[in-house]
Structure formats: structure tokens, C-alpha cells
Design a protein around this ligand. Structure first.
Ligand code: C5P
Length: 230
């Protein structure tokens, strides 16, 4: 099958405190968003990438990769879920036969083609879909009153969600629509599927598929990209 991606990049990156949205920060000689798009564009059999962007800024206007024939830019929404749903709506107007859709964070530039292929292969028989994730390795504490440890959380069943997250197109569109209508706050697409009562799968990914969130993550991502190119 040929796969469509939605890469929401309409966020303002408030946690980074860098003055510009994190997807436009430099990682070596390119922005984070360019690195991420290059990784996805290297996927054999890619159908295309929809990139919701913010109309509030113009950082993206100078990125020539957004003119790549497989890249389709659209206006994002006020939340990540809105931006992803805009991407799915955009795909509905296409005549392409749509089955699966993959959603990937603009801020995960270290994802590997091999990992994406594993995700696609492992989920091919699923009626729902699933996500890349890694088992939690740290000991987890539940903290109250900002600094008091209340308990240690059993980590044996806990996984850290990553992206890509891959779902049957119509199912994801319906579940996101319902989640937004119910005013539920979600931080990934799988949450929308779960809230609608479905059970997506985890596929073990790589620990180096990090999401750039804080300034320290930039150096780490640069190092990971260098190591992967060896
Ligand atoms: O803030 P966080 O790291 O969870 O954002 C995840 C992704 O969602 C980012 O790539 C961001 O650009 C995107 N986003 C979006 N539209 C929004 C808010 C966030 O596309 N309104």
C-alpha cells in the first residue's frame, strides 16, 4: 500500500521558550521540520505528506522543501487535534484510495525509515491501528503538593507513546471529530481512538526517536542524527 502522512506543524512551541516555534529551530544546517520531512520523504511508496501550518507566523515561507511535489501544505487549527483533523479533511477531497493514515510529530526528526516500515508491517492485519512506543525504563513516582512522593507507580505495563501513529483513515477521522466535539483534551491521536472505545496496538520503536521539547533536546537530536548517518 501507499501511505499518506499528516505532520502537524502549526504549534507555537511555548515550552521551548525560544521565541519561534520549535519546528523552525536549527538542527545543524536545517530546521527541525526540514529534517523530519526528509526522513518521511525517504519512505519507499510514500503517497504524500499533508503539513498543517500556522497562518499566525511566516517562518515556513522560506522552506523550499514545502514545495516538494509530495508535500501539501494547509492551514492548521487551534489545537494539535484540530490541525490533524484539518489534514484528514484535506485528504477526503482527494480521489486517492485511502485506507491507512500516519500522523507524525514535526518535532521527531530522528525517526528512521526502518522503524516506520516495522510499524506498517506489524499493523497490516489490524482493523484499528497503533503506535510506535517504548517500554518505560525509569522508576516512576507519583508526586503530590509539587514535591511529595505519594507512591511508586508500577511501570511494568507502561509504555511511552511516540509517533508515527497509524490508524484506519475513516476511524481516526470519526474518533478525532467526536473527541473534539466532546471538548476532550488529547495529546496524541491514539487517545482519540481509545476514548471512542477501541484498542490500538503498540509496536516497539527506538529510544532515539525523541521529541524535541526543551532546549537540551536540540543537542541530543543533533548527536542522534550524526550517529544514525554513520
Ligand atoms: O506541543 P507538542 O509538542 O505536543 O506539539 C506536537 C505537534 O503538534 C507539534 O508538531 C506542533 O507543531 C503541532 N501543533 C499543531 N497545531 C496546533 C498545536 C500544535 O499542528 N495548534
Amino acid at each position: 500500500p501507499r501511505y499518506w502522512f499528516v505532520i502537524p506543524a502549526a504549534g507555537i512551541g511555548a515550552r521551548m521558550g525560544a521565541g519561534k516555534p520549535k519546528q523552525y529551530l536549527m538542527l545543524g544546517d536545517k530546521t527541525i521540520l526540514e529534517h523530519t520531512l526528509l526522513r518521511i520523504l525517504a519512505l519507499p511508496g510514500l503517497a504524500g505528506i499533508v503539513v498543517p501550518l500556522s497562518s499566525e507566523d511566516s517562518y515556513w515561507t522560506s522552506l523550499t522543501i514545502l514545495q516538494h511535489p509530495l508535500v501539501h501544505t494547509i492551514h492548521g487549527g487551534t489545537t494539535r487535534a484540530d490541525s490533524v483533523l484539518s489534514g484528514l479533511d484535506y485528504l477526503a477531497d482527494k480521489s486517492h484510495a485511502l485506507d491507512w493514515v500516519l500522523v507524525h510529530d514535526a518535532a521527531r526528526p530522528c525517526v528512521t525509515v526502518e522503524n516506520i516500515q516495522t510499524l506498517c508491517n506489524e499493523l497490516s492485519d489490524s482493523d484499528i491501528g497503533g503506535i510506535l512506543a517504548v517500554p518505560v525504563s525509569d522508576t516512576l513516582k507519583q508526586v503530590v503538593n509539587k514535591k511529595e512522593i505519594q507512591t511508586t507507580v508500577d511501570r511494568s505495563a507502561l509504555w511511552q507513546a511516540q509517533t508515527p501513529q497509524m490508524f484506519r483513515y475513516k476511524l481516526l477521522r470519526d474518533c478525532l471529530t467526536q473527541t473534539i466535539a466532546n471538548n476532550e483534551t488529547i495529546t496524541d491521536e491514539s487517545s482519540a481512538i481509545e476514548l471512542c472505545g477501541y484498542k490500538p496496538l503498540v509496536v516497539e520503536g527506538r529510544a532515539d526517536n525523541i521529541k524535541i521539547t526543551r532546549p537540551d533536546d536540540l543537542l541530543l537530536a543533533e548527536f542522534i542524527l550524526q550517529q544514525q548517518q554513520k
